[in-house]
Each structure stands twice: as C-alpha cells, then as structure tokens.
Ligand binder design. Structure first.
Ligand code: ATP
Length: 293
C-alpha cells in the first residue's frame, strides 16, 4: 500500500486563531475517508494545506511524498472541490470542459459529458453566474472527471437539493468502484455520507480525535439505560460521552466501550457513528437540553 497523505504534528494559525493545533495521520491509496468535524474544527484548513493552497506553520505534510505547498506534482495529481473553485469569467461551462484535459492528464471527457447531460447543465452559462447548488453540481462533475489520484471534496453537497445530493453520492461511489482513487470528503453531517466511507478521520478544535474504520467506530461506544443508581454505579469507572435523564428513575448514559461488560439490570443499545462523533465533539456531556433546565 502506498501512502498518499502523511501528516506529522501539523499546525496552522491565523493570527491568534489556532485552526490546526496538532494533526497527525496517514491515508493509504484507494480509500474513501470522511473528514468529520464540527464547524470550525479545521477541516477546510487541512484540505487547503493538502491541496497546496495554504502552507502549514510547523509539522510535516507529504502528499505523494512531496511537500504540497506550490508543488507541481501535487497540483497535477490532486484536486480540491469546494465552493471557492473559480474559473475565468470569460469561459462558459462548455469551454471549461474543453480545456480541462490540458490541465488534467486523466480527464474523462465521456464521464463529464454524461454527468453534465444528466444534471441538465447549460453549456453556455458562465460558472460565476450559476446558483450555489448548480455551481456545486458542476464542481463535483469537474472533480470526478479529473480522475485525480487524490480527489478531495469540502462539504460538496452544501446548497444541493435532496435529489441532487443522492445522485451525487451514487455518482461518486460508481466512479470510485470503476476507477479506485483516494478520496477525502469533508462533512459535518456524517449520517449523510456514512454509507460511502471506509474510514473516518474525526477532528475537533484542530486536533485528531480518532482515525478509524467505520466498523471500529460503530464499536467505539455503547448506550446504557437503567435505574439511575445502577447506571451511575455501573459507569463510574468508564469514560462518559453523553448522559440524559429519561425520567425520575431512568438514566441513559453513553460510554466508551472498554472490554467486556456485565450488563445485569441495565439495557444497552448501539450508537450510530454520527452520534458517536457528535457526543465526542460536544463540549457539554449533557447536550442542549441542559441549557434549558
Ligand atoms: N483565512 C482565515 N483567516 C482567519 N481565520 C481563519 C481563516 N480560515 C479559517 N480560519 C479560522 O480557523 C478555524 C478553522 O476553520 P476551518 O474553516 O478550517 O474549519 P472547518 O472545520 O472547515 O469549519 P466549517 O465546518 O464551519 O466549514 C476557524 O476558527 C476559522 O475562523
């Protein structure tokens, strides 16, 4: 397996804001990884560093074994699809598709044309005049058609309507199966992209919380419900991720799974990966309800 991305203790600040505090992880080729984190977690900053648009302050970043900032090999073999993608105003969408192969050697004109037609885009329109959702759709088509070995999407479905989102995920998966490549897709909404992912990289406040396969994330935590005293006693030595009092007698607690458990007198339930990520990155262990108590 070849390592496509290697980050060691990467830091990036914007004046006093620490966007990335300490990012260490590696991604092998031909994997779809979800970059998950709350608003402001540092997802966009990390993607821009990997794409070579922004330089890190300290730490070591390698993409295809190269330092990505202003690196030609990285820019020829990777693409970051986000809502800041822009093309010269004088070009129509048709023009953009026409010149694309001169920048991307693996450009798949057939795929671009088929998706373009499927999503009913207007070839005569200018990129900058598109609606947010349609621009997102065009950018997605562009990103898929580049066949870049490293393809990164930053919140790709923002602004797309439900039907287009569903189609986008299907197109992405089909293209990936037909032509495997390394895909990194950021979202704060894990439930929506979970079915695509092999791995999850969860970041919070500029740090990596975990980097695990989806299967491992499903096993990360468990919900325990039962009589209050019992649950408190039961979870006293455990790492609590979330708690909710159900009524006078019942307490529900989500804890990190740590080896075998004696489950007498309480009931358990699995926790979805998206809830796990939400609980881990929540600052209060109770949730929004606590605010209104
Ligand atoms: N160009 C910039 N100048 C100053 N601060 C910035 C800049 N870009 C990002 N930041 C700050 O860095 C932090 C991380 O932002 P980033 O956009 O990387 O997070 P994100 O996880 O992509 O968030 P979101 O999900 O809201 O898009 C935030 O506090 C943000 O305000």
């Amino acid at each position: 397996m070849m390592k496509v991305i290697e980050c060691q203790h990467v830091k990036k600040s914007y004046r006093k804001i620490h966007a990335l505090e300490d990012i260490t992880f590696q991604i092998e080729d031909h994997k779809i990884t979800g970059l998950i984190g709350r608003n402001g977690a540092g997802k966009t900053t990390l993607l821009k560093i990997l794409a070579g648009f922004v330089n890190e302050d300290t730490g070591d970043v390698r993409v295809f074994s190269n330092h990505p900032f202003n690196n030609l090999c990285v820019s020829a073999n990777s693409i970051l699809v986000d809502n800041q993608m822009s093309f010269p105003d004088s070009l129509t969408l048709a023009d953009i598709l026409e010149i694309a192969p001169s920048f991307y050697s693996k450009w798949d004109a057939q795929l671009a044309a088929r998706l373009f037609h499927y999503f009913n885009l207007n070839p005569k329109q200018q990129h900058s005049k598109l609606s947010t959702g349609t621009r997102g759709t065009f950018n997605m088509i562009f990103g898929l058609a580049t066949r870049c070995e490293l393809t990164m999407f930053d919140e790709p479905t923002n602004g797309m309507d439900e039907a287009v989102r569903t189609d986008f995920y299907r197109a992405l998966l089909k293209e990936y199966i037909a032509h495997p490549r390394t895909i990194l897709i950021s979202s704060h909404h894990l439930a929506e992209i979970e079915h695509l992912l092999e791995d999850i990289l969860l970041i919070h406040k500029g740090k990596v919380v975990f980097h695990k396969s989806l299967e491992e994330v499903k096993e990360y935590a468990v919900g325990i419900q039962g009589p209050i005293e019992k649950v408190i006693e039961f979870t006293s030595q455990m790492e609590i991720l979330h708690t909710k009092q159900m009524n006078d007698q019942l307490l529900y607690t989500v804890v990190k799974k740590d080896g075998p458990m004696n489950l007498e007198g309480v009931s358990t339930k699995p926790i979805s990966p998206s809830d796990i990520c939400m609980y881990i990155t929540s600052d209060s262990k109770g949730g929004i309800d606590d605010v209104f108590n």
